[in-house]
Design a protein around this ligand. Structure first.
Ligand code: FAD
Length: 458
């Protein structure tokens, strides 16, 4: 019997496993995906999408207007994400106090947890001299239009941009081991302390009894079960909702699957006369930092996508699409991320299929229109020849489904990170977000997981 079982090895699961093993606990980490390492990351965009992501690369909302990305591998989405780390501001915390009834969601209360996490990682910004042309267009446009921008803070150690590294390859796992994903930071340290990891192990459900929780899983098709007095669910928004909806719990959870949000993201491209080569160097280094845009309910990040991703986003078919793609090197792009209303729903069918109902609300659509108009102004201000609006929306920040709160009627997880009425069963990952902060979520997931680990040890 283990002291703790952790389900899911991503941003939250790896941190919890690390914290608990550092305290000498006997832990088991269960992960549905494979254990890729820097030496064997799949090499092409098509291969890493197929092998390292759920749904073979992409999952879709029920009406297919939003595509969702989440990783399936040891280290979870930290392996393929952009590692941009931002603390919540007072506005995000105030919103969470309102939705959860938890008064300790304040900047002051969370300061020590943020600090502890930040100390454990190498966090850098890209110096101006290393910004690529896409970033320079972004900052010039912001200056012309009078908006504030700031460098992005990224968990990275030694990207060697000056030696010609192209960070876009990191979207399939960082080949240098520079990105501070759980795969290179927390997991190897926890393994040294005795953490046992079971990979390709898809957890089906759990059964909660007094002082004992049984985890049922299928590993490479074979039924397995493990037991522990305490279990952390860290399978993300979709994963946790799916596992809990199939589990035998002490009491039903009426709010399970509710309050899903995802910061829907839309790309806008500016076509220029000269090559921009937005895919080269530090392909993402600056973001909007403007109170006016935050009030409007969206933000901009300077980012670009590899060729297959771009081909999905650029509108058109046949020869028109081909002609547009031939201009890949001449495209600059910026991404609008909406602070959406958390009214999405995650449902799980009897056969275990995840169905996500996520339709933009009237307010979301207004925010999107405002964002698109602002992006057009920005590109016009710097002389783009043509402005192209990406058609497909994406959700990279999957949040909610097991919202945190004091009241079991409209939340799943309590203030102590235990699932309501199910002592010993914990969650502190993206699934517990009660609403969309409009801010990169990972740093706060890490901080919450840090705090939840203390609760689990107490
Ligand atoms: C391309 C991309 C870029 C992003 N960039 C940023 C960024 O720059 N900054 C930021 O803050 N956020 C970013 N995000 C979002 C961020 O990575 C996620 O919000 C975060 O990883 C969520 O953490 P988590 O622990 O909840 O889930 P994850 O990190 O997704 O981990 C969940 C793990 O659980 C496993 N799992 C799921 N179901 C099961 C099961 N049944 N049994 C066993 N294991 C299971 C999964 O395989 C996965 O490994 C990005 C996301 C993407 C896709």
């Amino acid at each position: 019997m283990f002291d703790f079982i952790i389900i899911g090895s991503g941003v939250s699961g790896a941190r919890i496993a690390h914290q608990l093993t550092q305290e000498g606990a006997n832990c088991l980490l269960l992960e549905a995906g494979k254990h890729f390492k820097r030496e064997n990351f799949p090499q092409s965009e098509i291969d890493y999408s197929a092998q390292m992501f759920w749904g073979g690369g992409l999952e879709l909302s029920q009406d297919a207007r939003l595509g969702f990305l989440r990783a399936r591998c040891v280290g979870g989405t930290s392996v393929v994400n952009q590692a941009l780390l931002d603390r919540f501001d007072e506005d995000a915390f105030e919103d969470w106090r309102f939705h959860t009834g938890i008064e300790t969601f304040t900047e002051a209360d969370w300061e020590p947890y943020y600090e502890e996490v930040e100390k454990s990682l190498s966090i850098q910004t890209i110096p101006i001299e290393q910004q690529n042309k896409n970033a320079k267009i972004f900052t010039k446009a912001f200056k012309e239009e009078g908006y504030f921008w700031a460098p992005l803070k990224r968990a990275q150690a030694n990207c060697a941009i000056e030696k010609g590294s192209d960070c876009i390859t990191c979207l399939g796992g960082c080949p240098r081991g520079s990105k501070q994903s759980a795969l290179v930071t927390l997991i190897p340290e926890a393994e040294k302390q005795g953490l046992r990891i079971e990979t390709e192990c898809d957890v089906h459900s759990i059964r909660v009894k007094k002082n004992e929780i049984t985890v049922h899983a299928f590993q490479k098709g074979q039924a397995k079960e493990w037991k522990a007095p305490k279990v952390a669910l860290a399978a993300g928004s979709f994963g946790n909702t799916k596992i809990l909806s199939r589990s035998k719990l002490k009491k039903p959870l009426p709010a399970l699957g509710k309050f899903f949000s995802c910061h829907p993201q839309y790309m806008v491209y500016g076509l220029f006369e000269e090559p921009i080569d937005a895919h080269k160097g530090a392909f993402q280094s600056v973001q909007s930092k403007d109170k006016k845009l935050r009030r409007f309910g969206f933000k901009f990040e300077n980012v670009f996508a590899p060729p297959i991703g771009t081909a999905m986003l650029i509108p058109g078919i046949g020869s028109n699409h081909l002609e547009a793609m031939k201009k890949y090197r001449y495209l600059a792009s910026m991404e609008i991320a909406l602070r959406d209303e958390a009214v999405g729903e995650i449902n799980v069918t009897r056969s275990g299929k995840i169905k996500v109902k996520k339709i933009l609300t009237h307010q979301d659509k207004q925010r999107l229109q405002e964002g698109l108009a602002t992006a057009r102004e920005l590109f016009q201000a710097v002389g783009a020849k043509k402005i192209i609006q990406g058609e497909q929306g994406f959700g990279l920040h999957l949040m909610g489904g097991c919202a945190i709160g004091v009241d079991g009627k409209d939340s799943v997880v309590g203030p102590d990170f235990q699932i309501h009425e199910n002592p010993g069963l914990y969650a502190a990952d993206s699934s517990i977000f009660p609403s969309a902060p409009g801010i990169n979520p990972s740093l706060t997931i890490m901080a919450m997981s840090q705090k939840a680990s203390q609760e689990m040890l107490s």
